[in-house]
Write a protein that binds this ligand. Structure first.
Ligand SMILES: NC(=O)c1ccc[n+]([C@@H]2O[C@H](COP(=O)([O-])OP(=O)(O)OC[C@H]3O[C@@H](n4cnc5c(N)ncnc54)[C@H](O)[C@@H]3O)[C@@H](O)[C@H]2O)c1
Length: 319
């Protein structure tokens, strides 16, 4: 696939972050796009931005759909077929995802299941619904977003990260297994697994919203207690902080995750789209992802040892 001009793409989680940038860049390159999200406001914003840059003839449609719900995904697929008057799509970006579900032992089972249901179930549901439309094309590409947590199931010492990692490993395994499945059964369709490092997006606040968590200013006593535990695990002296200081710190973490990232969402989308044009199946995004990949491959037995990998220092090394 050397160009996206005249093609048809589906992008999940197109409201913000990498999904929104994929929609905008695909549209600018002449590709019609159907995108879904659970947030109607951000979806509308993405559609507006995409339309501004799109050449004539490009169609952008937005769809409210929770990718964890197979019935909603089936409706989304039917709406795409009807609204774009098409019997095929060329590209499916399974991008929607949230963080959470840290501890399997002490966290809420509902949160764990919701994270796994979106991050793995969403990829599964959308693949079930849309892969037949990729196969119906003459040139198709399935692009599944995993994470560096798809090859390293940790955030570093003291921070269990079970639901997200389990889901992202599943996405990576599924994508790699599909390479042969497509080669045998639909050789005109390719698959890629995307493994971003730290990308500047609103994933922290979006995840909190999807999981029903309170905004920092509206945190209850229970929320504040939980935040103190989480911050303590990250080595912050949360016990001595007032409630307002905790709220301020939560806002700073949220904003800092976006503003301090080494790679922006727009840069990540460009890396992903260039990889698709180059026919790649394994897409690491960011120098931090490349470094972590090397570290994990260099010493697979040691990566979960106490002090085995210091994520912050891997992320912060000069490239
Ligand atoms: N930002 C990072 O550092 C990073 C790193 C590695 C992997 N990722 C992965 O990249 C993907 C995109 O994340 P992002 O960082 O751009 O975050 P983001 O929060 O900006 O974008 C994700 C979008 O998915 C939507 N979404 C969430 N749950 C949904 C659901 N059930 N159904 C439909 N849409 C839903 C959100 O509303 C949001 O618009 C995710 O799969 C994430 O796990 C992100």
């Amino acid at each position: 696939m050397k160009s996206f001009d005249g093609l048809m793409a589906v992008v999940t989680g197109g409201g913000t972050g990498m999904g929104a940038e994929l929609v905008v860049q695909l549209a600018a390159q002449g590709c019609s796009v159907a995108t879904c999200d659970v947030n109607p406001e951000t979806l509308a914003e993405t559609a507006k931005r995409a339309a501004e840059d799109a050449p004539a003839g490009v169609r952008i449609t937005t769809h409210l759909c929770d990718v964890a719900d197979a019935a909603q995904v089936a409706r989304f697929r039917d709406d795409v077929v009807n609204e774009h008057e098409t019997d095929h799509i060329n590209l499916l970006f399974n991008n929607a995802g949230i963080g959470g579900g840290g501890s399997f032992l002490t966290g809420k089972a509902e949160e764990w299941d919701r994270v796994f249901g979106i991050d793995w179930g969403g990829v599964y549901n959308c693949s079930r619904a849309f892969v037949p439309l990729l196969v119906a094309s003459t040139d198709g590409y399935l692009v599944n977003t995993s994470s560096v947590n798809g090859f390293w199931a940790s955030l570093g010492p003291g921070n269990p990260h079970t639901a997200y990692s389990a889901a992202k490993f599943a996405v990576k395994g599924f994508s790699e297994a599909l390479i042969e499945d497509f080669r045998v059964n639909a050789p005109h369709v390719k698959v890629a697994v995307v493994m971003p490092g730290h990308i500047g997006t609103d994933i922290i606040s979006n995840s909190r919203r999807v999981l029903g968590g309170a905004e920092p200013d509206e945190m209850t006593a229970d929320d504040l207690a939980e935040a103190r535990v989480q911050m303590g695990r990250r080595g912050m002296p949360a016990d001595g902080m007032s409630d307002d200081q905790i709220r301020g710190m939560m806002k700073m973490l949220q904003e800092g995750f976006k503003s301090m990232a080494p790679v922006s969402a727009a840069q990540a989308a460009t890396i992903i789209l260039d990889a698709v044009k180059a026919g790649k199946w394994r897409v690491l995004v960011g120098d931090d992802a490349h470094r972590l990949d090397e570290v994990v491959r260099g010493n697979p037995e040691g990566i979960y040892d106490e002090g085995g990998i210091n994520l912050i220092s891997v992320m912060q090394q000069d490239s």
